[in-house]
Structure formats: structure tokens, C-alpha cells
Design a protein around this ligand. Structure first.
Ligand code: F0G
Length: 482
């Protein structure tokens, strides 16, 4: 069912943020062949969309929220704003996008003293926000494969775990002629994350070191060999991830006034996409004002925070950092590939949104763990990166950067289950010293064995049931029914 597929087609080009050269999208480009800079993808006809008034776009996107046309059900509900060159037959839909916005539980709200909601991007198909970008990148790749009649394509990415999970899943779904290869830092992705590309049948290659080491290997491959790169260096990924911003605006009926969006920053693709998305909506008049953006980084991997810590733009200098192990492991990146994109959009953002509309906050490892556990014991499903956002909100409130009349929307970028190992380390007080995390007794929880296997062995099955029940009764102090 594709009869309601949009007729608008844009004129998309790669735009280099280094030398400002433009390139045709008929070729796969990751970095500028002229200067090595990173790309954005731009629809040079975007402003023609403003011939339709904001109300047209709002009602169109709202109507599409109910469509059963799968190609428009996910992130491509916002087709005209993202990649309006794709044909419906190429669009890959695995149920990504439309993730729920969950208000802080009443008790958590009281503790925080400021309105907050999580947008649970861990409820995407591979359990992280990466699916948004992959849906777009794979749809474009599918269109190229069809047009060029390629009979074999190796898709490659470096990853802290979630990009590889998403890339492997989408490649497995699309199938021939794609083969997925993921390159991971050995021992630096969680067991759940590692199980994902393995289960999807990808070729999983590990190298010693951290993500930044893997990224260099993958960049070397992309520069010298015929591979399709799926890291966010691939600008099609950024476009898909803009859907997060569109969904936030839509959820709040296109009213982003007095809203603050918190995003954990690693390779900096996500915060780039979120800013770009809100700027597009603002350009079309779909949102009257920009929500504020707060990037959050752990003190163990904080190059973007360090850059913006200097208030005078003329004195700011970017320097990669050497990362220290972090519980926000998925964002543990010392030299973010998308840093030039952040700079580009942050400048535009502040020009329109005014001072304070874009900020970066630094948090400690301890704060990240405590915040994640606090959220989850109030019914949320935050990963450590979502905990990083909450820690950022608490810091912002303490520093007077956010007012209690402002609603904070926090990106819980992955599902808590992917990162349960860090919870386990907290509960068993087994964090290696370099993390600098000490469990707070009030947040620790452990299973309690009510009856030992030896006791069980000495009892008949009937006696065992009664004995085990008695132990539970004693543990809970249960009163009888009469
Ligand atoms: N949160 C999660 C769960 C992530 O997986 C990542 C990045 C981030 C936050 C940071 O987002 O890189 O766009 O600034 N993970 C990448 C990966 C690097 O390989 O999975 P970013």
C-alpha cells in the first residue's frame, strides 16, 4: 500500500563542512575527496517546502502517524524533511521510531523537583536510537544497489556496541547482496551488545583498544577499499536520526517553547542530528521557537564539554582526549567524528535560539550510575547513557541552568538491559577502581536465597514447598488471612 507516498522529490547534495564543496549523491562518500572534511546532506530545494504553511506540515505529519503504509510508518513519516529522494520500494522499515515519551513517575518527579520525561529510544528494534539512522542509511544503500546493480556489498562499521547491533540487523534483513562486518573494541562492548551482531550473522572482528582505535581502522578501510561505511561519518545516518527531534516536537503538538532536550554525546552524531532536526522545523515555521539543547558527557570522555567550557568562542580549541573507562561506555569516545558538525549547528542554534540555547554539561561516573538506578527504580528503562542525561539534568538544575518551568526531555538512547552489567557491578561493589564508583546502599539490590539446595535435598517435595513458603513468610513478615 504505497498510494499515499509523497510526490515531492528534493535535490540532495553532499556539502563539505571543511571546504564547502558540494558533491553529487550518486556516489558513496564519507569524507570530502578534496579536503577530507565531514559531510552534511542538504536538500537544496528545502526552502520550497515553505510554500506550504506550517499548518499543512503539522497536519500531514499528524495524519501519517496513523498510516499503515509501512514505508511511511517509521522515521519516514517526515520524508520531505529527511531524504526525499528515496523511492518507496527502497525504504527499509523494521519498526524504528515512534518511541514513547514517558513522564517521570510521580515520586521521581518529586525527588527531581523539575519536570522531566524520558524518550525511550531503547524501544527501537535493536534497542537503541541507532536504528533511526540505519533505516535511512540502508534505504539509501538499497537504492544505490538497485540503480548500480551491485552484486556484492560489504557494509562496515566500528562501534561501541549499538551501531554494530543496528547495522548487523538491518543488513541481515535486507539480505543479498549485503554482508555485514562490524569492528569492535575487544572487551569494550557489553555481552548483550556483542550477542546482537553475532545473532544477526554478521562477521564480528575484534581489535584491542577503544572505539577510537576501531574508527581509525574503519576509516582506513573506507578510504582504500570498496566498502559501505555505516558509522555516522556516513551522512545518511545523521538524516535518519533527525527524526528524534521531529518526534519530540510532534509529541508536544509542535510546541517546543520552554522545553530542554538532553542528549548524551559520544561520537556526536546524535546531538548533530537533533540540532539539525529542530533547525529544519524552525525554518519551516512548524515550531515557533527552538527547544534548548543540553549535551552531556562523562568526565572520562569529554572533548566536546572541554571545547565549550571556554566561553569566548575565539579562544576555544578542540583537542581529542584519551578516554578513561566509563559506565556510559557507548559514549566513551575521545575524538568524536562529528565534532565539526556540532560546531556548525551549535553556531546556527545559538544565533537563532540565543545564548544558552546550546550547552554541554559534564558529569561524574558516580552521578551517572546513581541517576540510572534512581530512574529505573521508579519504573523507567534507562541505560547508562540515559542515566548520563539524568545526571546532566540534576547538574543543570543545581547550577541554575534550567528553570522549574522548563520541561526536560531526556534521551534514554538504549534499553537498560544492554547495560545490566554495570548495574551488576554496582550491586556487587565490583567496579574496577578506575571507574571511581562506590555503591550507595539505598540503591543496591540483590537476590536472596530463601532455602539452600542442601535443605531442599533433605525434604520431601511437599515438605519443601511448605518450608520454602515458611521462609518467604518469615522474610516478609506476612500476617495470616484471619
Ligand atoms: N548512547 C548510546 C546508547 C550509544 O550507543 C551512543 C553511541 C551514544 C549514546 C552516543 O551517541 O555517538 O551519536 O554521540 N554509540 C556509537 C556506537 C558510537 O558505536 O554504537 P553519539
Amino acid at each position: 500500500m504505497t498510494n499515499d507516498f509523497p510526490t515531492y522529490r528534493g535535490n540532495m547534495e553532499y556539502f563539505c563542512l571543511g571546504c564547502e564543496e558540494r558533491f553529487d549523491i550518486g556516489e558513496l562518500h564519507y569524507t570530502c575527496p578534496r579536503c577530507g572534511g565531514v559531510f552534511l546532506l542538504e536538500d537544496t530545494w528545502f526552502d520550497s517546502l515553505a510554500e506550504n504553511p506550517p499548518v499543512y506540515w503539522k497536519s500531514l505529519f499528524d495524519k501519517r502517524a496513523a498510516t499503515k503504509t509501512t514505508s511511511l510508518r517509521g522515521i519516514f513519516r517526515f520524508y520531505e524533511l529527511m531524504a526525499p529522494i528515496l523511492e518507496p520500494q527502497d525504504i527499509v522499515y523494521l519498526g524504528e521510531g515512534n518511541t514513547p515519551v514517558i513522564e517521570a513517575s510521580p515520586a521521581l518527579s518529586k525527588i527531581l523537583g523539575t519536570p522531566m520525561a524520558f524518550k525511550n529510544d531503547g524501544q527501537n528494534p535493536s534497542a537503541s536510537f541507532k536504528d533511526r539512522g540505519m533505516a535511512c542509511a540502508f534505504s539509501f544503500l538499497k537504492s544505490l544497489v538497485r540503480e548500480k546493480n551491485w552484486d556484492s556489498v560489504l557494509t562496515v562499521c566500528a562501534s561501541t556496541g549499538d551501531t554494530s547491533a543496528a547495522a548487523a540487523q538491518y543488513a541481515a534483513y535486507v539480505g543479498h547482496p549485503l554482508t555485514s562486518v562490524v569492528i569492535l573494541p575487544q572487551g569494550k562492548v557489553t555481552p548483550a551488545q556483542l550477542s546482537q551482531p553475532l545473532g544477526s550473522g554478521a562477521i564480528v572482528l575484534e581489535v584491542p583498544g577503544v572505539f577510537d582505535d576501531c574508527m581509525k581502522v574503519v576509516e582506513h578501510l573506507a578510504d582504500n577499499y570498496r566498502v559501505a561505511l555505516l558509522n555516522s561519518k556516513n551522512a545518511w545516518r545523521i538524516l535518519g536520526q533527525e527524526s528524534y527531534a521531529f518526534e519530540v516536537a510532534q509529541w508536544y503538538d509542535w510546541d517546543t517553547y520552554r522545553k530542554a532536550v538532553f542528549v548524551p554525546v559520544g561520537n556526536a552524531g546524535n546531538i548533530t542530528a537533533v540540532m539539525s532536526g529542530f533547525l529544519k522545523l524552525q525554518r519551516l515555521g512548524v515550531i515557533p521557537s527552538l527547544p534548548r539543547i543540553f549535551g552531556v558527557q562523562s568526565a572520562h570522555a569529554d572533548p566536546v564539554f572541554r571545547f565549550y567550557r571556554e566561553p569566548d568562542p575565539a579562544k576555544r580549541a578542540y583537542e581529542p582526549v584519551k578516554v578513561i573507562p566509563s559506565v556510559a561506555q557507548a559514549a566513551m569516545i575521545g575524538n568524536p567524528v562529528s565534532f565539526p558538525r556540532v560546531k556548525y549547528f551549535a553556531e546556527q542554534y545559538e544565533k537563532i535560539g540565543g545564548p544558552g540555547s546550546f550547552q554541554v554539561i559534564q558529569v561524574e561516573e558516580q552521578e551517572i550510575m546513581d541517576a540510572m538506578l534512581l530512574a529505573n527504580r521508579h519504573g523507567h528503562i534507562s541505560c547508562t547513557q540515559g542515566g548520563e542525561c539524568l545526571a546532566g539534568l540534576i547538574r543543570a538544575k543545581e547550577a541554575g541552568l534550567i528553570e522549574t518551568s522548563e520541561l526536560a526531555i531526556l534521551d534514554a538512547t538504549a534499553h537498560s538491559l544492554k547495560f545490566s552489567g554495570f548495574q551488576e557491578m554496582y550491586f556487587t561493589n565490583s567496579f574496577p577502581a578506575e571507574y571511581g564508583v562506590t555503591p550507595k546502599p539505598g540503591l543496591v539490590n540483590k537476590p536472596e536465597l530463601v532455602i539452600t539446595p542442601e535443605e531442599k535435598a533433605a525434604l520431601t517435595p511437599e515438605e519443601y514447598t511448605v518450608k520454602a513458603a515458611e521462609k518467604v513468610v518469615a522474610r516478609l513478615g506476612l500476617a495470616g488471612k484471619n
